[in-house]
Design a binder for this molecule. Structure first.
Ligand code: HEC
Ligand code: HEC
Ligand code: HEC
Ligand code: HEC
Length: 206
């Protein structure tokens, strides 16, 4: 019924159709059902990602129990995350949540607080405040050796040296503020008056 030439074309068309059907069959079998639900990816991947255990804690996590601190930190370190200085605090949070749930109202809650307190505050602070060429000039930064020379701390070698003069939660605060008076009487006096006097040096960077 077909001429020889037309038959060849029909055979070719049939072969192509088979390839097409094969392609779509394999594709249909291998593509995950939610693919393309929202875009060119597996829609269910969003759920998979959400279901993963969260590794990092947020300021909000910590502030849930350390309410006052949240407010105390509302000044120059407002954007600095608790984990920068205290570490992730995951175990602490879990332990405290359990302890809090078990405690009677009014009871003092005690819970695991291992490794929460920074032991080398100097490197933590310098990580953000060491003077660097590429750093935005308006970000407060110091040249550590010069800063020690200028301010003459009692114990410049101590890994906690910055705390002699600065309040880590709110470094804009003057250390000699009321309640801190008894805690750190001697160190408190140093930077209180100095910031104003030394502004020209700091201002040069702006
Ligand atoms: C820039 C570093 C830094 C950041 C950021 C920081 N802390 Fe601290 N924090 C310290 C240091 C250092 C101490 C120890 C203070 C001392 O010994 O006077 C401390 C002490 C504490 C204490 C125990 C003493 C107190 O003041 O009650 C708690 C609780 C605390 N921090 C919670 C937090 C929470 C919650 C956040 C986040 C909202 C946070 N910290 C952010 C450095 C930091
Ligand atoms: C469920 C409540 C809860 C959460 C959430 C929580 N804490 Fe605490 N935290 C406490 C309690 C209660 C204490 C006092 C524990 C004690 O004295 O045994 C404490 C003590 C601390 C201390 C003082 C440790 C010391 O050695 O004196 C620091 C620092 C601290 N928390 C930081 C954090 C950080 C950072 C986060 C967020 C990652 C956080 N906390 C989240 C309840 C909580
Ligand atoms: C994660 C980064 C980070 C860490 C860690 C950090 N800071 Fe800061 N600090 C900042 C930023 C950002 C500002 C500037 C905020 C602004 O411009 O208002 C700041 C501001 C300051 C200022 C200027 C305060 C003012 O208002 O004039 C001092 C002083 C300071 N920090 C000291 C410290 C000390 C001491 C430590 C260690 C205990 C420390 N910082 C740790 C990010 C950091
Ligand atoms: C003996 C006291 C003393 C010690 C210790 C000390 N500082 Fe300061 N710091 C000051 C005083 C005073 C000022 C304000 C005048 C100035 O800029 O020198 C200041 C200012 C700063 C500023 C703001 C600079 C700016 O340009 O606004 C930063 C950031 C800072 N210090 C970080 C640190 C860090 C980080 C450490 C620890 C490595 C530290 N300081 C140790 C006394 C001290």
């Amino acid at each position: 019924m077909f001429s020889r030439d037309t038959l060849h074309l029909w055979i070719l068309a049939g072969a192509l159709a088979l390839v097409g059907v094969g392609f779509f069959t394999v594709r249909g079998l291998t593509i995950p059902p939610s693919f393309g639900q929202f875009g060119h990816y597996r829609g269910a991947a969003l759920q998979t990602a959400t279901d993963k255990e969260r590794k990092l804690t947020t300021r909000g996590d910590c502030a849930a129990c350390h309410e006052t601190l949240k407010h105390e930190m509302g000044k120059s370190h407002a954007a600095v995350h608790c984990i920068e200085c205290h570490g992730e605090g995951k175990d602490h949070m879990t332990a405290c949540k359990t302890a809090k749930a078990a405690a009677k109202p009014g009871d003092k809650v005690t819970c695991d607080k291992t490794n929460l307190m920074p032991t080398d505050i100097k490197s933590i602070c310098l990580h953000c405040h060491q003077q660097m060429v590429g750093r935005a000039t308006k970000h407060p930064q110091i040249n550590f050796p010069d800063h020690m020379k200028d301010n003459d701390p009692k114990d410049p070698k101590s890994p906690m040296v910055c705390m002699q003069c600065h309040v880590p939660h709110d470094p804009s605060e003057e250390p000699s503020d009321d309640k801190d008076d008894e805690a750190k009487p001697a160190e408190a006096a140093t930077p209180t008056a100095a910031p104003a006097a030394a502004t020209p040096a700091a201002g040069g960077a702006e």
